[in-house]
Design a protein around this ligand. Structure first.
Ligand code: S3P
Length: 447
């Protein structure tokens, strides 16, 4: 990872582009990639993973598991993990550096909690600003010790092989918190239950079952109770990671806003806990089709075909936020081209992502001549047929802000420049090449 001092040096400008066309694949899903590595390390035997996202965030998780005694190696076309069994990891000799990755940090805290070991966790400037108390609170109830009662990285923690099972209702809608507790629950002596009031991505539950854990999901009174049985035994399995719908979202958005485009993105995860963005696009009048829907490795997958469309503004309800939480910056970009106003509600969680995405999205849009504003936890964008562009966007170490505004510039009257593209590698290596293959035009910009 480059140091923060280097970050001002990779600006890029996106220019108005001709119709985008073609069939492409996006890299593997980030959420599933993290989970595949972690469950593989906690299983006994070998796990082979195909389609793993080879991006900075995931490589940090791989390195951390390696340092905890579960070798993760590239092997042929995929990756091979030698699992150590639940409770079988060993203390790291050096601090574990999670770079920019909130998911890696929070889920690994759940893994570490069940091991009798000390660990120090560190991250970059963006990650060190993000709240960790949301995972530490339940994990402390289970027995994790946290040095100096901190809730930000760097953190010194001590796990225990005697975790206590808990029942915990999530105070924030977060798949990361849910997953950290379920992963810790594997080591507890008894059943651990997480209660969700808004359903969030369920990859941990699905993959735990796939690796042989006992997990039960029960919906009642508008809530979901997910229970994992402790003292679990997992067995190494082969995993195939589908394409990331959050990465595909940038290509889909570009195809919608660049006139006459027709793009198909193959093999994308379409798990309903992740497809709120595509549902919203359809409500806006977008021509978005899920073709060839199938199940791959226990997850629904489709080829997504998107054609440039006339769009109208909509209200996106707060209840939909968990199923599209990473897609609001790019939805706001699409909304800039829709007739009328788009209101996105219930976005408190956006403020604690890799950057304050609510503020960064508004600032980027306003800098490019779009009437956008935040109102409490809502984001409101007034669309127009022509968007001026010409602005410079501050990305604040946030990959999705960078990619969202590079997408905007493909359809604005004047180029849009982002101050730094370094962080794109945390989730979507090859973003620029893939977009260029479809016909997008980028040029190295000036800071
Ligand atoms: C993720 C959950 C989401 C999302 C993140 C990945 C996961 O975070 O923003 O990119 O893999 O569980 P929260 O669960 O904190 O909302």
């Amino acid at each position: 990872m480059p140091s923060e001092a280097d970050l001002a040096h990779r600006p890029l400008a996106a220019h108005a582009s001709g119709p985008l066309a073609g069939r492409v694949r996006v890299p593997g899903d980030k959420s599933i990639s993290h989970r595949a590595l972690m469950l593989a390390a906690l299983a006994t035997g070998i796990t082979r993973i195909r389609g793993l996202l080879e991006a900075e965030d995931i490589l940090k998780t791989a390195q951390a598991l390696d340092a905890l005694g579960a070798p993760v190696r590239k092997s042929g076309e995929g990756w091979r993990v030698t699992g150590r069994g639940v409770g079988g990891l060993r203390a790291p000799l050096a601090p574990l550096d999670f770079g920019n990755s909130g998911t890696g940090t929070r889920l690994m805290l759940g893994v570490i909690a069940g091991h009798d070991m000390k660990a120090r966790l560190t991250g970059d400037a963006s990650l060190s600003r993000r709240p960790m108390g949301r995972v530490l609170a339940p994990l402390q109830q289970m027995g994790l010790e946290v040095g100096d009662n901190r809730d930000r990285l760097p953190l010194n923690v001590r796990g225990t092989s005697h975790l206590v099972p808990i029942t915990y209702e999530l105070p924030v809608p977060s798949a990361q918190v849910k997953s950290a507790i379920l992963l810790a629950g594997l080591h507890a002596s008894g059943a651990t239950t997480v209660i969700e009031t808004a359903p969030s991505r369920d990859h941990t539950e699905r993959m735990l079952i796939y690796f042989g854990a006992q997990v039960q999901t029960v919906a009642e009174d508008g809530k979901t109770r997910i229970t994992v049985k402790g003292d679990a035994e997992l067995a190494g399995r082969d995993v195939t990671v589908p394409g990331d719908p959050s990465s595909a979202a940038f290509l889909a958005a570009a195809a919608l806003i660049v006139p006459d485009s027709d793009v198909t993105i193959e093999g994308v995860l379409v798990n309903p806990t992740r497809t709120g963005f595509y549902l919203t696009l359809r409500e806006m009048g977008a021509d978005v089709a899920f073709l060839n829907e199938r199940l791959e490795g226990g997850e629904p997958v489709a080829d997504i075909r998107v054609r440039a469309s006339k769009l109208k503004g909509v209200t996106v309800p707060a209840a939909r936020a968990p199923s599209m939480i990473d897609e609001y910056p790019i939805l706001a970009v699409v909304a800039a081209f829709a007739a009328g106003e788009t209101r996105m509600e219930g976005l408190a969680e956006l403020k604690v992502k890799e950057s304050d995405r609510l503020a960064a999205t508004v600032a980027g849009l306003v800098a490019n001549g779009v009437a956008a504003r935040a109102q409490g936890d809502s984001l409101i964008v007034a669309g127009a047929q022509r968007v001026p562009g010409g602005g410079a966007v501050a990305t604040h170490l946030d990959h999705r802000i960078a990619m969202a505004f590079l997408t905007l510039g493909l359809a604005t009257e004047r180029p849009v420049t982002v101050d730094d593209t370094t962080m794109v590698a945390t989730s979507f290596p090859g973003f620029r090449t893939l977009m260029e293959a479809l016909g997008a035009s980028f040029q190295a910009g000036t800071p």
